[in-house]
Write a protein that binds this ligand. Structure first.
Ligand SMILES: C[S@@+](CC[C@H](N)C(=O)[O-])C[C@H]1O[C@@H](n2cnc3c(N)ncnc32)[C@H](O)[C@@H]1O
Length: 421
């Protein structure tokens, strides 16, 4: 190949390796292929983080415009707007492989993939596994960089070997703390920072120590187990099964509080949520939300689900808010402190609604207001009311969960679940 690929106006160059010519001197970019230096020097605009533009300094002349991306500099949107106004060749510098959790999606959405000449370097994830002497064809890769931490940790905990991209909002120690509340099979953890640069650091530790350390926020965290079995997919969504507070020192999970008597028990919740046939993207109401456990768990299934928890007791509303916050789900869970019927008078139509409280009138209201498109489920402790609900919704089961104890089975009260789907 010689020069810029014909017709491709935007060179997107991945840089991972930076070398220092002399101790203490500015690191210099090491290009993924020999043409890259030419692509940089011919561009009318060179864009990237301050660190990468500094490392490419030798190739950038005074007449070339530099666009700095990052905190206190241009936002991604502003950068794209600036590039759209540029005529002539453009060069965007990115870290590692720009097509891997990088800028390629944003550039191709705006300018079309045909405009892009992508020159990747090894990804930070590839380098991290290499430094640890591990293969990674069996690894899961998740990002907590600009994405919800709870999704990253959920996915990570159900894997056998995982790489997690971190960020200042979700640094390695926060990942460690969230992981502590999950079942997982990891025995080893490593924090790999500044990979490919003179200040590269690889710390091998344990998942527990990860939670208590202070680490470089922009790192790759690798978690793996010694001959660990493949973990099962957990039916639990974003929080532990128990209704009691879990105490993890220093963790936001300290604040979990699902108020014993008001929680829909995990097994009942599992069946009730399955009857709601949740959409991947849509709105779910949790009416008479109590502790918010059903609504919050629904929100943890997909980033596209927005939940409205309706609850009339202000203390319970505050508790739902703090539970959602502790789980990193507050952006997906809105709490409305209101009488359920009053709320329904002016509400829109959800894709699914769970009625945990508010009585038969509230369920009748949902049935008359929402068309068949809206799935509905409701739980009851009284058979009499459940039979009325079955008349409205069409289906009903009783759920009896007995917990095994050394003294034998401890029966919990029967719960009745009615639904229409
Ligand atoms: C937006 S992603 C970019 C990933 C990049 N495209 C790649 O292939 O490595 C940014 C995240 O990648 C990780 N990262 C990027 N460069 C790194 C490096 N040199 N050392 C360690 N982690 C790095 C950090 O987790 C950072 O938060």
């Amino acid at each position: 190949m010689t020069g810029q690929v014909a017709g491709k106006r935007i060179a997107v160059i991945g840089v991972t390796t930076l070398t220092s010519r002399a101790p203490g001197s500015q690191p210099v970019a090491h290009w993924p292929d020999p043409e890259c230096a030419q692509l940089v020097s011919k561009a009318v605009v060179v864009a990237g983080s301050e660190r990468l533009l500094a490392a490419a300094g030798n190739e950038i002349g005074h007449s070339q415009k530099k666009l700095f991306l990052g905190s206190g500099k241009l936002s991604l949107q502003e950068l794209l707007d600036n590039l759209a106004e540029t005529s002539g060749p453009i060069c965007v510098l990115a870290s590692g492989d720009p097509g891997f959790f990088g800028i390629v999606n944003a550039l191709s959405d705006r300018f079309g993939r045909e405009a892009l000449d992508i020159r990747p370097s090894p990804s930070s994830v590839s380098l991290a596994f290499a430094r640890l002497g591990l293969a990674w064809d069996d690894a899961t890769v998740v990002s907590a960089h600009g994405r919800p931490l709870v999704d990253a940790v959920s996915l990570a905990a159900s894997s056998r070997k995982v790489a997690i991209l971190t960020s200042p909002q979700s640094p390695p120690e926060t990942i460690g703390r969230h992981l502590a509340s999950r079942d997982h099979t990891f025995t080893n953890a490593a924090v790999c920072s500044h990979l490919g640069s003179p200040s590269e650091k690889v710390d091998v530790t344990t998942p527990k120590e990860l939670a208590f350390g202070t680490w470089e926020p922009l790192s790759v965290v690798i978690l793996w187990g010694e001959s660990s079995p493949e973990p099962r997919i957990s039916w639990q969504g974003g929080f532990p099964a128990g209704e009691t507070t879990r105490s993890i020192i220093g963790s936001p999970l300290d604040t979990y509080n699902f108020r014993g008597s008001m929680i829909t028990k995990p097994e009942v919740r599992a069946v009730a949520i399955s009857k709601l046939r949740l959409p991947r993207n849509g709105i779910v109401f949790d009416i008479g939300a109590g502790s918010g456990s059903v609504g919050i768990e629904c929100s943890s299934f997909s980033p596209g689900i927005s939940v409205v928890c309706v609850e009339k007791d202000p203390d319970s509303c505050a508790r739902i808010e703090s539970n959602a916050k502790a789980l990193g789900l507050s952006a997906r869970v809105k709490v409305v402190c209101s009488d359920a019927q009053k709320f329904l008078e002016s509400s829109g139509t959800p894709d699914a609604a769970f009625v945990g409280g508010g009585g038969m009138k509230v369920l009748e209201c949902c049935v008359s207001k929402f068309s068949q498109e809206t799935t509905l489920a409701a739980t009851f402790t009284s058979l009499e009311r459940a039979e009325l609900a079955m008349g409205l919704l069409g289906n009903m089961i009783s759920i009896g969960v007995s917990s095994a104890t050394p003294e034998g089975f401890k029966d919990n009260n029967l719960i009745y679940l009615a639904w229409r789907s």
